[in-house]
Design a protein. Structure first.
Length: 253
């Protein structure tokens, strides 16, 4: 079996074959993610230390307990690589904008745009910009509502968490992909970790149980998200080459 670093680097290279712009960096080195961490702190104080995050062709890993600790998380690559596929399909501006709907970001942007308009309207009433500022602020707050505006984020994360279920089944077996573990994933969708992106737990649970069943019967790679089937197959074969597989029935060349 290969080392964690070797497997991590092999998986990164596999993702890059399909999505050449994909790269991996530290979250602490990104001003964008430090800013997001500050914004999300009241809702998700563990953003900088627990969560891997993908945005703008860049996978960023959380703060490390020791140098190279992120290599142990080689199994995140198929999850985050699926994000890269989504971003390529929708384009970065559209994918990023839709992903951020239903988070505090639109409300903050709306506030930053509305304040100058409000001040101008109060100082120079002839411009009547104060009422425009209220519209902008109201729109920003509305777009920050998880229901229904987190639909795209929830759908994309369901695709990706399904891949997490599959890779756990392939590499660790049934003893890891338990009902309890899936319930932990379900709870992530309905808490502040992802700003309550899907409070309909039964729907999330059904999708993730479906992913486990497809991993069991060997149909996940071809049927979970068929447009990514070649990518999933390549990741599976990389894990096979790295000696990581426990389940052997997921894919036949």
């Amino acid at each position: 079996m290969s080392t964690d670093q070797e497997t991590f680097e092999a998986m990164t290279a596999t993702v890059q074959k399909f999505f050449p712009k994909y790269k991996v960096t530290a979250k602490k080195d990104s001003w964008l993610h430090r800013t997001i961490g500050w914004i999300l702190k009241p809702f998700n104080p563990r953003y900088m230390v627990d969560f891997w995050t993908y945005f703008g062709n860049n996978l960023v890993y959380p703060e490390e307990s020791y140098p190279g600790a992120h290599f142990r998380s080689w199994d995140v690559q198929i999850h985050e690589g699926t994000h890269a596929g989504q971003e390529k399909e929708y384009t970065t501006p559209l994918w990023g904008s839709l992903y951020l709907l239903g988070t505090p970001v639109p409300g903050i942007v709306g506030t930053l745009v509305a304040l100058p308009l409000l001040i101008t309207g109060l100082l120079v009433p002839a411009f009547l910009s104060w009422w425009i500022s209220l519209i902008v602020l109201g729109l920003g707050i509305l777009l920050s509502s998880p229901v229904p505006f987190a639909f795209w984020r929830s759908e994309w994360e369901l695709q990706d968490y399904g891949t997490s279920v599959a890779i756990a089944y392939w590499c660790y077996g049934e003893k890891v992909v338990t009902d309890k573990r899936i319930e932990e994933m379900v709870s992530i969708f309905a808490t502040g970790s992802y700003f309550w992106m899907n409070v309909f737990k039964s729907r999330v649970r059904k999708r993730l149980f479906k992913a486990r069943q497809m991993a069991r019967d060997g149909t996940f790679i071809t049927k979970w998200e068929p447009r990514y089937s070649k990518f999933y197959a390549a990741c599976y074969l990389t894990l096979k080459d790295q000696g990581r597989l426990v389940s052997k029935n997921a894919y036949s060349e």
